[in-house]
Ligand binder design. Structure first.
Ligand code: HEM
Length: 358
């Protein structure tokens, strides 16, 4: 936002031919020159992550979490003695320690991500500078194990609207969530297909992995709660119109789970569902249910219930954090803010599980 307007104007006029030479440049330019017409997609780099993620999604998550730790550790080294920064850096290191749960398919078992031992770091009594230094080194090990193309996409998608490092943390967290939502959408599509084929074991396995990822987001929320209200208020002022309510992958998760309730009127800036997401998992279950044995029905219902519970828990946590950070002011997406999120946290992924006969 603080870039010289003439520089922004030149970038806007960059000939298409020039930007065509580098596959990631057009997507980066849309992020870099979105001062006037930016939205959530240009804010976090949706196009670059969708088209050029640079490798498997779990590698992207690993690179993002490693960068989050790296950024926080750097600040801790330069601001030693700031208790709030130590709390945040520790929370980020906890997220790195839980990376296997957030990104279970990243790298081989026993590879660099499992070899980084963070227990000494988290249980020891180190001074801030030493903690920052060791946290930064651990992040570097994880990052080095990620394909260079993935690191490149992650490196170029940190374009905050303010110079505040709190916003860098915020951006990295929403990027991890975005990749997780995309994962979840994929898992729901896969589970629906497997269920239609009658493969109950494989369906339950896909659902269990998705549930594990969702539950692991508690470490990300812990980092997010360290956001001071005053800092977020500045970020809010600069990100009007860039609300995560526009998240397409979040919407897809909802649309692939169950048909939307007929009565839900979209809040002001929520985009109408752009595409039919496809058959839903709830419908697939109800179709298959008459053919299931008792134990099969029981296992599937338990797996769906677990995912449903993790989803609403994450939504309730998001609501709680929002209430703490912005109170009851409206959101940047034009909704009532925390009240809207509270209502959304009560909408299950699979409503049939909550009906009287389930
Ligand atoms: C400081 C932390 C945060 C605050 C204060 C906050 C606040 C809000 C508010 C007020 C809304 C309502 C829509 C609006 O009017 O803007 C919202 C929606 C949403 N936020 Fe956040 N948010 C935070 C962090 C995050 C993070 C890290 C993510 C991860 C991607 C996220 C994802 C979402 C999603 C997906 C919605 C739409 C929810 C729905 O329609 O059910 N938020 N947020």
């Amino acid at each position: 936002m603080a870039a010289d307007p003439s520089l922004v104007a030149s970038l806007r006029e960059l000939p298409a031919a020039a930007s065509g030479r580098d596959p990631v440049l057009p997507g980066w330019l849309r992020m870099a020159v979105d001062q006037e017409d930016g939205d959530y997609a240009t804010y976090f780099g949706a196009e670059l992550y969708e088209r050029h993620g640079g490798g498997p999604k779990d590698a992207v998550i690993a690179a993002l979490v490693a960068d989050l730790v790296f950024l926080e550790a750097q600040v801790l080294c330069s601001d030693a003695g700031d208790g709030r920064q130590l709390t945040r850096t520790k929370a980020a290191v906890q997220a790195l320690a839980g990376l296997r749960d957030l990104a279970p398919d990243h790298g081989p078992r026993g590879g660099p991500i499992d070899a980084v031992d963070l227990s000494a770091l988290l249980s020891g009594n180190l001074d801030d500078a030493k903690f920052g230094e060791l946290a930064g080194s651990a992040a570097a090990v994880v990052s080095a194990a990620v394909p260079a193309a993935t690191r490149h996409v992650v490196d170029i998608t940190l374009l905050p609207t303010t110079p505040m490092h709190d916003e860098q943390m915020f951006l990295r967290i929403i990027q991890v969530f975005e990749i997780l939502y995309a994962h979840l959408a994929q898992d729901l599509t896969r589970a629906t297909a497997l269920l239609d084929q009658g493969d109950i074991d494989a369906t339950c396995a896909v659902l269990a992995k998705a549930d594990g990822r969702l539950r692991a987001t508690r470490t990300l929320f812990r980092v997010l709660t360290t956001m001071p209200s005053e800092a977020f208020s500045v970020i809010r002022d600069n990100t009007d119109g860039r609300s995560a309510i526009q998240s397409r992958s979040h919407r897809r998760v909802e649309l692939l789970s169950a048909p939307p309730p007929a009565t839900t009127a979209p809040p002001s800036r929520e985009p109408a569902p752009a595409e039919a997401a496809g058959p839903t998992l709830q419908e697939a279950f109800l179709r298959r249910e008459p053919l299931l044995s008792g134990p099969e029905a029981h296992r599937l219902t338990a797996a769906l219930r677990a995912l449903d519970g993790s989803w609403t828990t994450a939504k309730r946590t998001h609501w709680g954090i929002t209430l703490k950070i912005i109170g009851s002011v409206p959101g940047t997406g034009g909704t009532s803010g925390a009240d809207y999120l509270e209502a959304k946290s009560q909408v299950p992924l699979f409503p049939f599980l909550h009906s009287a006969t389930a």
